[in-house]
Design a protein around this ligand. Structure first.
Ligand code: FRU
Length: 483
């Protein structure tokens, strides 16, 4: 097939581009492509004992374009090895792109299920989308199936938005959900079923917008978590409201009870998964330890992406373990990430803070743990800044009166720099923060709230500043590790 040549070509272009990359904002411990553009994580799977992650990739340019699938694997979810590009577009069924999808281990064959994107008229952005599979015996080279497209067209009441298959097995059948919208532009997720991954029967609608949840749902995922079912979706077209939905598109979830026999999903309301600027198109896998692990795209469509000038663009978040507490999905960094820690610095233990405390640290890659005692605390707000040598800072601040956590990246290269999330911290506020050269990921109170943003500091780093306003606070702990 055409594909082999295309992959060699793409790989060659990528190798050349890699030589020209400017490293100033390159991340130290996140998944990125060697060069050029990436977006969604695809095909998260554990295969022959290793974790595989694919991603939407344009190996020819730092801007989005005809989508390929980039590929990395890891034994420990921490150290990732780049593998050759897995999929290149250009066959009759995926002429203009291999869009997002998933991966399954089908009795030893690693099978990718993805959307073929085909323009009718590129200028007018008219297109059709279909579903395809590609199979690998070694987990490195993939052959597109003769049977493609395995689903040629959407159901009759559907718009042309018909993409991002997530496939899983349940009681002997393969199930596939797809991101979709109705002809009336209501976002929804639709379900198919198959016994062999090749012939699919349409089952029906699994969930649908109630009118307020956007015109299109991208990148769905559906799984059991602690006895409930969780549908994750990335809707387009939700209006900003209060502290919610301030990014162009959102990623969030519905939690409920699902019945396979009747395809009925009784669920609660939509909740955003992460309240930072840059978190989208999340996907998950279930690993052999029984953990549900999520990785998102750590950027946002239409955002300012200064690394394009450096010859690369886009990264994935840290892998996060999901748990459910009272119908709320909590995200915490996977335990393996503690292996990134080099030296541990215990700066404060049970110390009263009346104003601010600065630790000089000029390294870029850090994990920070800051724990504040909020019982009997008179302060109006407490928090932490990652500071540059002059005016730059990334600010994380908890407002005790409003009970909100705020992330402000206005002074670390972000227009529209403030995001907020409601957090009932109770007696303790524990912030676990991962800082990389151009990202910050905040996990508050064991994943009760998370905030993920790209930052683009220009100054070299001065350090970490802990502060309180309006009164004293006891700092139970300030620890950091260089990574
Ligand atoms: C989500 C998305 C998917 C699509 C892919 C294209 O970010 O728009 O719906 O498959 O990106 O790259």
């Amino acid at each position: 097939m055409l594909t082999i040549n295309k992959i060699e070509q793409a790989q060659h272009s990528l190798n050349e581009a890699e030589k020209k990359v400017n490293h100033q904002y390159r991340l130290g411990y996140h998944i990125m492509a060697p060069a050029n553009w990436i977006n969604d994580p695809n095909g998260l799977v554990q295969y022959k004992g290793e974790y595989h992650v694919f991603y939407q990739h344009h190996p020819y340019d730092e801007n989005w374009g005809p989508m390929h699938w980039g590929h990395v694997k890891s034994k420990d979810l921490v150290h990732w090895q780049h593998l050759p590009i897995a999929l290149a577009p250009g066959d009759s069924f995926d002429k203009d792109g291999c869009f997002s999808g998933s991966a399954v281990d089908n009795e030893g064959e690693l099978t990718l299920i993805y959307t073929g994107h085909n323009y009718i008229d590129k200028e007018l952005d008219t297109f059709f989308q279909n579903q395809n599979i590609a199979v690998s015996k070694d987990g490195i080279t993939f052959e597109k199936a003769e049977a493609n497209p395995v689903i040629a067209e959407p159901p009759a009441d559907s718009s042309h938005h018909f993409r991002d298959p997530k496939v899983w097995k349940h009681e002997g059948f393969w199930y596939m959900i797809l991101g979709n919208s109705t002809k009336k532009q209501e976002g929804r997720v639709i379900l198919y079923r198959s016994s062999n991954l090749q012939k699919w029967e349409y089952v029906g609608v699994l969930a649908k917008s109630d009118g307020d949840l956007g015109y299109m749902w991208e990148c769905p995922d559906f799984f059991e978590l602690d006895g409930k079912h969780v549908l994750m979706i990335s809707p387009q077209g939700i209006e900003a409201k209060g502290d919610s939905y301030h990014n162009l598109f959102q990623t969030g979830y519905l939690v409920g009870e699902y019945n396979y026999g009747t395809n009925t999903f009784h669920h609660g309301s939509f909740t955003e998964l992460d309240y930072g600027h840059d978190f989208y198109a999340v996907q998950t896998l279930l690993d052999d330890k029984g953990r549900r692990i999520a990785i998102g795209w750590m950027d946002m469509w239409e955002a300012n992406m200064p690394t394009k000038e450096d010859g690369w663009c886009g990264a994935l978040t840290l892998p996060r373990e999901l748990t459910l507490r009272e119908d709320k999905v909590l995200m915490n960094p996977v335990q393996e990430l503690t292996s990134l820690r080099k030296t541990q610095y215990n700066m404060l233990t049970n110390k009263a803070l009346s104003n601010s405390y600065v630790v000089e640290v000029n390294e870029d890659l850090l994990e920070i743990q800051a724990v504040f005692d909020l019982a009997d605390c008179q302060a109006s707000s407490v928090g932490i800044k990652i500071r540059g040598i002059n005016n730059e800072e990334t600010l994380m601040c908890y407002n005790l009166n409003e009970q909100k956590l705020l992330l402000d990246c206005t002074h670390s290269g972000k227009e529209d720099g403030v995001r907020k999330v409601a957090l009932q911290a109770g007696e303790t506020l524990a912030l676990r923060i991962f800082v990389d050269r151009s990202s910050v990921e905040v996990f508050a109170n064991e994943g009760q709230a998370t905030m993920t943003s790209r930052i683009y500091p220009k100054e070299s780093r001065l350090g970490i500043e802990l502060f309180t306003e309006g009164g004293n606070v006891i700092v139970k702990e300030l620890t950091y590790w260089n990574l």
